[in-house]
Design a protein around this ligand. Structure first.
Ligand SMILES: Nc1ncnc2c1ncn2[C@@H]1O[C@H](COP(=O)(O)OP(=O)(O)O)[C@@H](O)[C@H]1O
Ligand SMILES: [Mg+2]
Length: 398
């Protein structure tokens, strides 16, 4: 009798254990599936098969005469571009992947899914679709560049679309749609109008809404994050290059350029200089000012921000009416030198550490004031003196 009860108890225990195991397995697999879904959805991880699908669609469009540009042949037909691999951690663009083009590394990007661009045509009062002619398209692109980038350029169409000459004067409706879509891609436009600047990678060519840019090794991949002296020296070198880049953004344009999405992975190394890799939210100050002080309703200061370009909420009227209050140096001190740890080290003198904190949070403003230019000089002084003092040979990779 006792044996029977014992056996029954053990059977029940096994059953409960099995059930628990089953529940645990179910829970873990559901949780993993949801995590993978979101990791893919947010482009934190990516699969190369996605690139293939996207390129198949693009090349189909090219073969149907709906995608234009000098990247189409090497990408779709003559096999010059190979070994594609997707870039994880991109959160804005529809596609970002690296590839080999005649043995050189390139990055291919596209801003949005086609259906998300503002259409070229509009609806007339009699409900019919109206397409602009080429002259009207030129005017539309000119006005859009003026509004979004605050600039008027001579010969704008040829600067933005070097491949236009290949089509002589035969600008079809499909080609106009392609041009209009590219004009809505902030990064494409910023890079094209700054093709001769060494602050951005160059655009090599485009196909449809995809464009190829020079590869610039992201400094986040430089493997310099131990606190050995030579690694800290490498980080200080990167800080020096970053200060030089900020200086150029401030001084070599009519209106200083603001980087509104400051992240370590958005700075890359190209020909010994640092360049900006993600130009989606890189604008002249006047454009940022207009965007953050656009009179929208607000309840807290961050309601008025354009990512890292910060503003203030007018708490009396509850509207955003203040132009940008911080600057590139403040954000870089906060997000790169401190938060990302580029200059965090036991080798950093205490006074410099205090200087970086003041630069990140000028006058205890929660990052809502500009970091004054003397901070730039003081950090640059530290960097130069430190590099002179240690004078270690440079890693050829940097
Ligand atoms: N020209 C480039 N060279 C090398 N890596 C790049 C380049 N452009 C982008 N990347 C890498 O790909 C990542 C995603 O690209 P990014 O333009 O930032 O996309 P998103 O706008 O979606 O954030 C970047 O954070 C960077 O590390
Ligand atoms: Mg990015």
């Amino acid at each position: 009798m006792r044996l029977h009860v014992k056996r029954k108890i053990s059977k029940i225990t096994r059953l409960v254990f099995h059930r628990r195991c089953l529940l645990l397995v179910l829970f873990v697999s559901t949780f993993s599936m949801i995590s993978v879904f979101y990791l893919v959805q947010w482009n934190i991880i990516c699969f190369n098969i996605d690139i293939e699908n996207r390129l198949n669609t693009l090349c189909m469009e090219y073969n149907e005469g709906k995608a234009f540009g000098r990247l189409c042949e090497p990408l779709c037909n003559n096999g010059e571009i190979s070994a594609l691999s997707c870039e994880p951690m991109h959160k804005g663009k529809f596609a970002v992947f690296t590839a080999l083009w005649n043995n050189s590394l390139i990055v291919i990007k596209s801003h949005r899914v086609k259906s998300e661009y503002i259409p070229l045509q509009w609806i007339a009062s009699n409900s019919s679709e109206v397409f602009p002619n080429y002259e009207e398209l030129v005017e539309m692109v000119t006005q859009s560049i003026l509004a979004n980038f605050g600039m008027q350029k001579e010969n704008l169409m040829n600067r933005l679309y070097p491949f236009l000459v290949d089509y002589h004067n035969d600008v079809s409706r499909e080609l106009m749609i392609n041009l209009w879509q590219l004009s809505q891609d902030n990064e494409y436009v910023t890079l094209m109008i700054n093709q001769h600047s060494h602050l951005f990678p160059k655009i090599l060519s485009s196909c449809g809404t995809y464009y190829a840019v020079e590869y610039a090794k992201p400094i986040s991949r430089l493997n310099i994050y131990s606190d050995r002296l030579e690694d800290f020296v490498s980080r200080v070198r990167q800080a020096k290059l970053m200060l030089e880049l900020l200086d150029e953004l401030q001084t070599s344009f009519v209106d200083p350029i603001h980087i509104c999405d400051v992240k370590l992975e958005h700075f890359g190394l190209l020909n010994g200089r640092q360049v900006l890799l993600d130009a989606d939210t890189v604008f002249p100050k006047a454009v940022v000012d207009r965007s953050v002080a656009d009179g929208r309703e607000c309840w807290k200061h961050s309601d008025c921000d354009l990512f890292d370009c910060r503003s203030l909420c007018n708490k009396v009227l509850n509207i955003c009416d203040t132009p940008t209050v911080n600057n590139n140096l403040q954000t870089v001190c906060q997000k790169i030198f401190l938060d990302s740890g580029l200059l965090i080290s036991r080798h950093l003198p205490l006074a410099t550490s205090r200087l970086l904190r003041d630069c990140a949070n000028p006058n205890f403003s929660q990052g809502r004031q500009i970091a004054p230019v003397q901070f730039h000089y003081q950090i640059a002084n530290f960097v130069n003196e430190f590099l002179n003092m240690v004078a270690l040979p440079q890693n050829p990779d940097e």
